[in-house]
Design a protein around this ligand. Structure first.
Ligand code: NI
Length: 433
């Protein structure tokens, strides 16, 4: 069993704004944290097999990316500056139709590599060829909640259900508990109500959640209104979808009644500000959602619409965008933003015991090197992290008690091999146009 002692970092526990230890210490045994507190707080007799010098570093829970499509790293900077439906119809979907299982594997490996190097330890994915996604996650050492994307019309509708069922049977709880499975009906405009009902029943049978895109664009709201005379949120409520735990990506175009429903039904929201900005979808009323008591996490969305998977950057964007949207510099302060990227994100993914540094929690810990000009002089560690830190400042990453990156070297993957594999797949995909 691995026993790790991290000595001397400042520890941001995320147990509350005041719970920061300037000269801290974290003891890890197996997959869990034994203690996190001031230096010398490790239990008596704790003998570490590995001691990590954390001086000059800040330790915090690993970041959680609540919405992405991992293999879309292959389409990073392939089609930009286009409206969503034109972008999907003319560029993204035609290439995705040509994707082979190995493309999904290498694209997901690249995604995991990028996320580990920027401090993300867990993510929610919605895609296809999910066996390959799961294998990449297993190999990378990351934690993930994976959903087979399901479109409820056409020949793929039944296939998506069959594949989701075999996927949940084979992978839910796999990789030492690091992999969880959700059902992934794509969106209310691509899945008819009967299909959503069928998927909800299956999710309830298997005791898993649902990951779905909701109210991403104005067009979607208009289309759902035209077909069902309701907002997307009310329409989904009427189908009974919210009787299982739901992770709703985007929720950009939601009104006050929708927000009340989301709060009452305990729907979790994945806020993806950079993707929403890039596709000009709009600004999610995050301040209103939080005020109503909705649990909101942060997501990057796929690398084709972001174009990176950097959650430090996403935090900064989220905080700044809410200030601009509301005209109030006091909304979404740094600590609240960091909550969205840590324990709230973990809860949105349905992960228990993840997202805070305290005894008994899973050991998902990152060390950020603060000995940098842009992080000096350390007036406020959390504000530094949200407003000034860069992904390259992340030095060491521990997931489920395993060191997956040390001194910026990823130990679970061969970085050159992953980039070469992904590049090879991406070039072949685009060549065929
Ligand atoms: Ni998405």
């Amino acid at each position: 069993m691995s026993k790790i002692l991290i000595q001397g970092p400042a520890v941001i526990t995320m147990e509350g704004p005041g719970r920061i230890y300037e000269d801290g210490e974290i003891a890890v045994s197996g997959d869990s944290i034994v203690s996190a507190g001031p230096r010398g707080s490790a239990p008596e007799g704790f003998v570490a097999r590995k001691v990590i010098d954390g001086s000059g570093m800040v330790a915090l829970p690993g970041l959680v990316n609540c919405h992405t499509h991992a293999a879309m790293t292959l389409l990073r900077s392939y089609a930009d500056d286009m409206p969503l439906m034109k972008w999907l119809n003319e560029k993204i979907w035609p290439v995705e139709n040509r994707l082979r299982p190995e493309d999904v594997y290498w694209g997901t490996m690249l995604c995991c590599l990028e996320m580990i190097k920027s401090g993300t330890t867990a993510f929610a994915d919605m895609y296809f060829e999910m066996d390959r996604v799961a294998r990449a996650v297993e190999q990378s050492g990351m934690r993930a909640s994976l959903a087979r994307g399901m479109v409820g019309v056409g020949p793929d509708a039944r296939k998506a259900i069959d594949e989701s069922l075999s996927f949940v049977r084979e992978w839910h709880g796999a990789a030492g508990g690091r992999i969880k499975v959700m059902f992934g009906p794509h969106a209310p405009y691509t899945c008819p109500p009967e299909y959503l009902q069928q998927v909800t029943e299956l999710a309830a049978d298997y005791n898993v959640g649902i990951h779905i895109h909701v109210a991403e664009t104005k067009d979607e709201v208009e289309q759902i209104h035209a077909n069902y005379h309701k907002s997307p949120v009310k329409h989904l409520q009427a189908t009974g979808l919210f009787k299982v735990p739901v992770l709703a990506a985007h929720c950009v175009h939601v009104d006050e009644e929708d927000i009340e429903i989301l709060a009452a039904e305990k729907v979790k929201v994945a806020h993806c500000p950079e993707s929403n900005m890039k596709l000009a979808s709009g600004i999610s009323p995050v301040t209103g959602l939080l005020k109503a008591g909705v649990l909101v996490g942060l997501g990057t969305d796929g690398a084709a619409s972001n174009n990176n998977l950097d959650l430090l950057e996403e935090m900064r964007t989220a905080a700044l965008l809410q200030k601009v949207a509301t005209g109030d510099p006091m909304v979404l302060p740094a600590y609240e933003t960091l909550q969205m990227a840590t324990w709230k994100g973990a809860q949105a993914l349905g992960l228990s015991g993840v997202g805070q540094l305290k005894a008994g929690m899973k050991a998902d810990v990152i060390l950020v090197n603060y000995q940098r000009p842009h992080l000096c002089p350390r007036h406020d560690l959390v504000a530094d992290l949200v407003y000034a830190a860069q992904s390259a400042d992340v030095e060491t990453v521990i997931i489920n008690g395993e060191v997956v990156m040390e001194d910026r070297t990823v130990l679970t993957m061969d970085e050159e091999e992953v980039m070469a594999g992904a590049r090879h797949c991406a070039l072949r995909l685009v060549e065929k146009e």
